[in-house]
Design a protein. Structure first.
Length: 402
């Protein structure tokens, strides 16, 4: 729910490539997007699917949603991971069951909207599916699960969600769970990394051919995972800590370990993970006050009132968003530290992601434009936009134990 509230802040105008670089570059950018397979490894659009009145088969506008099938086509985006997100709550049997049901509900809705718009999109489960669907002019929808909370302590649920089409699990979210410690739990570490159950989860995900997502997890949890995993891992939506000093971002040591593991970091477009926030701004102070209120809200009516206040805050005190240039700085950093083979893009759209210049999926070509401006080759751009991730996806599939 907090992610849904946060996404309301992300309101931006459209910036066209031609306004900056001219028609010739526009054509070159779109030609690249037509040639290469492009993948966004994380969005929270399944939350929007549960809202009445949202039609993913129609062209929408932020803040209602930043992802729909027509705008994916507009932006030359071939594939995207829809994350079934469940926020971490107290680990009671009731809360775990509710999270489990909610995850299934979002997966159900993902299948439903793809079936209703079968001429535009299809749910996929294999790395090679995107090639087949791209030839048909369809958008490829993969399913991920953000936060392993719905597993509870039941290892069989890993198999259950895999059979439902889930191809990665983000092991935890903003708080510790039964699998591992989070990078941002206010109480600090609970398991000193992966729990014993978490080690079983990692091993089972390896055996099934399921991608292990290390975004959100603590540094110690990360190092535990890359030491234990028999396959490369992904960070579906994380950025570089040396640039934006959020605990969720990756340190240089983590990036070096990721490269040794053969994995990939998908740069997240959420503002505080791209650029350190201006803590002196009125927006920051007001936003923090509302966050604190929301964290203590007990009832749905309280939360509704706070959402309304959030909208008013955004209108009265608009926030200056990071730019496309700021985002590509992260790609540059990874490229220079560990190489171009280990970086991609995971927008976190509909969960807070968005930039000045990339307000939704239709504006993804602006990132390509900036990479071209900096001298990236078409082959390097291909790797960033999906080649690196699909390499990892394929390796994970090949490892499968039956």
């Amino acid at each position: 729910m907090i992610k849904a509230v946060y996404s309301l802040l992300m309101v931006g105008g459209l910036i066209t490539n031609s306004s900056v670089f001219g028609e010739g570059v526009d054509k070159k950018v779109m030609k690249i997007h037509e040639k290469v397979i492009t993948v966004d490894t994380h969005c929270d659009t399944p939350m929007a699917l549960l809202d009445e009145g949202f039609d993913i088969g129609e062209r929408n506008a932020p803040p209602k949603s930043r992802v729909d099938f027509p705008r994916m086509k507009d932006g030359g985006l071939d594939a995207i991971f829809f994350a079934a997100f469940t926020g971490q709550k107290e680990r009671t049997p009731e809360n775990t069951v509710n999270a489990y049901r909610l995850a299934h509900q979002m997966i159900d809705e993902t299948y439903k909207v793809c079936e209703e718009n079968s001429e535009m999109a299809e749910v996929a489960t294999k790395s090679e599916d995107v090639l087949r669907l791209e030839k048909k002019g369809k958008r490829t929808i993969y399913i991920g699960m953000e936060n392993g909370f719905p597993l509870g302590k039941d290892l069989s649920r890993v198999d259950e969600f895999y059979k439902r089409g889930v191809r990665y699990i983000t092991l935890c979210h903003s708080s510790n769970n039964d699998i591992c410690d989070s990078s941002t739990d206010k109480k600090g570490p609970e398991h000193n990394g992966l729990s014993d159950f978490g080690k079983e989860v990692v091993e089972r995900m390896n055996d099934l051919g399921m991608l292990i997502d290390v975004s959100h997890i603590s540094d110690k949890s990360f190092f535990d995972v890359v030491e234990l995993s028999k396959t490369p891992v992904i960070a579906s939506h994380s950025s570089v800590r040396s640039i934006a000093h959020h605990k969720r971002n990756f340190s240089d040591e983590m990036l070096l370990a990721l490269a040794k593991n053969g994995g990939v970091i998908q740069i997240c477009l959420l503002d505080d993970y791209i650029k350190d926030p201006d803590t002196t701004s009125v927006n920051y102070r007001k936003q923090k006050e509302l966050w604190d209120k929301f964290a203590n809200a007990k009832t749905e009516s309280e939360k509704k009132k706070l959402r309304e206040e959030w909208n008013t805050l955004s209108e009265k005190y608009p926030k200056r968003m990071p730019t496309v240039e700021d985002c590509v700085d992260h790609i540059d950093y990874v490229k220079n530290l560990i190489g171009i083979d280990y970086v991609g893009i995971g927008s976190d759209f509909d969960g807070g992601g968005g930039l000045d210049g990339v307000a939704d999926v239709s504006e993804f070509p602006n990132i390509t434009t900036e990479m071209l401006r900096r001298g990236y080759t078409e082959e390097e751009i291909r790797k960033v936009w999906g080649g690196n991730f699909l390499r990892v996806f394929k390796k994970v599939e090949i490892y499968v134990k039956t």
